[in-house]
Design a binder for this molecule. Structure first.
Ligand SMILES: [Zn+2]
Length: 51
């Protein structure tokens, strides 16, 4: 059986600067930012899911 990783695309909001960033959620609900490292451009690492 293949192991599939279920990821859900979402939008998160940086708590530091308010930027909205495309991200994915893994099955544990961990946020994985798309196209960047695991921090916002401002260096913030705290994010809130918008949906
Ligand atoms: Zn930020």
């Amino acid at each position: 059986m293949a192991t599939t990783t279920t990821r859900t695309k979402t939008i998160v909001n940086c708590l530091e600067c308010g930027a909205m960033i495309a991200a994915e959620l893994d099955e544990r609900g961990s946020v994985c930012l798309l196209g960047t490292e695991d921090a916002c451009q401002c260096g913030g690492r705290e994010f809130r899911r918008l949906r």
